[in-house]
Design a protein around this ligand. Structure first.
Ligand code: NZQ
Ligand code: ZN
Length: 392
């Protein structure tokens, strides 16, 4: 096990009707908030009315900025920064999914950054200050409700890049699984693929003596798979959404990666797809991940045998290690398809013409020296191109 530093200060208020408490929860921290949200689902569901009533009842003033798109755009972040500065906002309340929360995080640090906030995404220099953030989560997926990350799309440059800082972990997040009932079915699949990927990026490692986190990763993966099937049968199954919601936070608050070398190649490869083709993050991950597994498993086959047996339920006696791994990958692919996810780039509307460009961008070749991806196996642009071709 490697040395680590684990600090997750985000308070999670979980359960039925918890969103009604948002005003009281924020009262000690804010006099004026920016209410940040997406394309309108919160107005349709009535959540907007609940939240604004709770803020008003607690004497919290607010200004609002809606319109965050999936794959959140830099242009709206700029608008939000200006608005917060003009209005003297002292906390950002993000009501939505990963896109809204990530946009809120970019605004929160942009308020204190002299210059274009995009600089920080391109050159990951540390920040010293950010506005506090609170969230009401409406989709279990990105894990941004307790993570240090934000991922923003610069639409002018066809780039989607992550940035991370401990200062961006939300102060508090409210999670009522009933708010997930209104999700379109395809978002369930996207969310589950993303949450599973957050675990895979940590689970597949060459670090040894990681029994505890191995077990936690495996239990969280199995929880996600079991409850994804239940929720896809019945989109108002509270208990299934409760398991998915809690698992999503655990998958990405950092705990499962402590003491382990992490990978993150699938996320970097996927961000290239979203940047150019604006595909949902989870859909891109569902395509790329089995291809990555196929390409890298021989690097440390024991880790993949463990995955196939402990998570995908392949019998340990199944012929030989290669056959066990192949069966594990096949079962994962089948599971993704079962919950409505795509299996190929073609299904995502991505043709062969820009694969090489994306492989090179993933390893930063257009911006300077090549930086290979991955902790489990180092991947250069030619490897990434091979993986894209495997899932074409
Ligand atoms: O915009 P609205 O109208 O709210 O609709 C959204 C959006 O269209 C809809 N939705 C959300 N909750 C709903 C709902 N519709 C009906 N009922 C509800 N309760 O769902 C759509 C997708 O929302 P989005 O926020 O984009 O989804 P998600 O949470 O999957 O976030 C994806 C983004 O998170 C980033 C991804 O790259 C992507 O941009 N990630 C952020 C991370 C982080 N900050 O730590 C880590 C992740 O790896 C990920 O990269
Ligand atoms: Zn993700």
């Amino acid at each position: 096990m490697l040395n680590f530093d684990f600090h997750v200060p985000t308070r999670i208020l979980f359960g039925k009707e918890t969103e009604k408490e948002i005003g009281a929860l924020l009262k000690p921290y804010a006099k004026k908030v920016l209410l940040h949200y997406g394309g309108g689902s919160i107005k349709k569901s009535g959540l907007y009315d609940t939240v604004t009533a709770s803020l008003k009842a607690n004497g919290i003033a607010f200004v609002e900025l809606g319109g965050v798109k999936p794959n959140p755009r830099l242009s709206l972040v700029h608008e939000g920064i200006d608005l917060c500065k003009q209005e003297g906002v002292d906390l950002i309340l993000a009501v939505g999914g990963g896109s809204v929360i990530d946009s809120a995080k970019a605004i929160a640090m942009g308020v204190y950054y002299d210059g274009d906030i995009w600089d920080l995404y391109e050159v990951a220099q540390p920040i010293e200050k950010a506005l506090p953030i609170a969230t009401i989560l409406t989709i279990p997926a990105a894990g941004s409700e307790a993570s240090e990350g934000t991922v923003i799309t610069n639409e002018a440059k066809d780039l989607k890049l992550p940035y991370g800082s401990q200062l961006l972990r939300p102060l508090l997040s409210v999670m009522n699984p009933e708010l997930f009932f209104t999700l379109p079915k395809e978002q369930l699949g996207y969310g589950v693929a993303d949450m599973m990927s957050h675990i895979f990026e940590r689970y597949f490692t060459n670090t040894t003596n990681t029994d505890l986190t191995d077990g936690l990763c495996e239990a969280t993966l199995k929880t996600l798979m079991k409850n994804a099937l239940l929720a896809s049968e019945n989109m108002t199954d509270y208990n299934a959404w409760a398991e998915l919601g809690f698992a999503g936070t655990v998958a990405h608050n950092g705990l499962l990666g402590m003491g382990r070398e992490q990978d993150w190649a699938c996320h970097d490869m996927e961000h290239e797809l979203s940047a150019i083709y604006d595909v949902p993050h989870g859909a891109g991950l569902a395509v790329v991940t089995p291809g990555w597994m196929q390409y890298v498993y021989k690097e440390n086959i024991n880790m993949f045998v463990q995955f196939a047996v402990n998570v995908m339920g392949v019998e340990a006696s199944f012929r030989d290690p290669d056959a066990i791994v192949q069966e594990g990958i096949r079962r994962l692919r089948d599971f993704f398809v079962k919950i409505g996810l795509p299996a190929t780039l073609t299904e995502l509307g991505i043709g062969p013409d820009r694969l090489e460009e994306m492989a090179k961008k993933a390893t930063k070749i257009p911006f300077g020296e090549e930086r290979p991806l991955g902790g489990f196996k180092k991947l250069y642009w030619q490897d990434i191109l091979e993986i894209y071709k495997l899932v074409q």
